[in-house]
Design a protein around this ligand. Structure first.
Ligand code: HEC
Length: 144
């Protein structure tokens, strides 16, 4: 009898822990950047990236697009992977030239360009690892 109660208790605890984890998990769909930040990122993008990736981010025959198939390509990573890549490999002609603040703003602009929602807070470099890159909006279980 006591064993059953204990097992039930553990099951309940596991459920609670699972629920908490589901709530704290953040994705690119959760409004992780602000409009003001994406605006700054747009200016930086036009100055440093649009020459190759084009003003509408569609790329060209030798430069990949940063919209469209870009989304499934980065699927399953966390946002810091994109940030690291941009920070170290881009702009292609002078890799690593931009600082972390500028690169975070540019990542915010890329998110906005892919129709991901903005929020009230700014994207900051220390939050990137916790933000998963989900190509489609995750279906959340309705709280009962
Ligand atoms: C001189 C041209 C050029 C400039 C300027 C440039 N890029 Fe790129 N970018 C490329 C090329 C070419 C690739 C493909 C590289 C490869 O596959 O190895 C690439 C790849 C990328 C990728 C990976 C895309 C994918 O899904 O495979 C990202 C993200 C990116 N660039 C972002 C940027 C950002 C942000 C800037 C501005 C800070 C920038 N690029 C500036 C030419 C450029």
């Amino acid at each position: 009898m006591r064993k059953t109660v204990l097992a039930a208790g553990i099951a309940a605890l596991t459920l609670v822990a699972g629920h908490a984890a589901a709530q704290t998990r953040i994705s690119i769909w959760d409004g992780v950047y602000s409009e003001a930040q994406a605006g700054r990122g747009r200016t930086l993008y036009m100055q440093n990236c649009s020459r190759c990736h084009r003003a509408d981010l569609s790329g060209n025959f030798e430069t990949p697009p940063l919209v469209g198939r870009f989304m499934p390509y980065w699927s399953g990573t966390s946002l810091d992977a994109l940030f690291e890549y941009v920070s170290t490999a881009m702009p292609l002609d002078r890799p690593g030239a931009l600082g972390p603040g500028a690169n975070t703003d540019i990542v915010a602009y890329i998110l906005k360009s892919n129709a991901l929602p903005s929020g009230s807070g700014e994207l900051s470099a220390d939050r990137l690892k916790a933000i998963s890159f989900d190509p489609a909006k995750p279906v959340r279980r309705v709280k009962k």
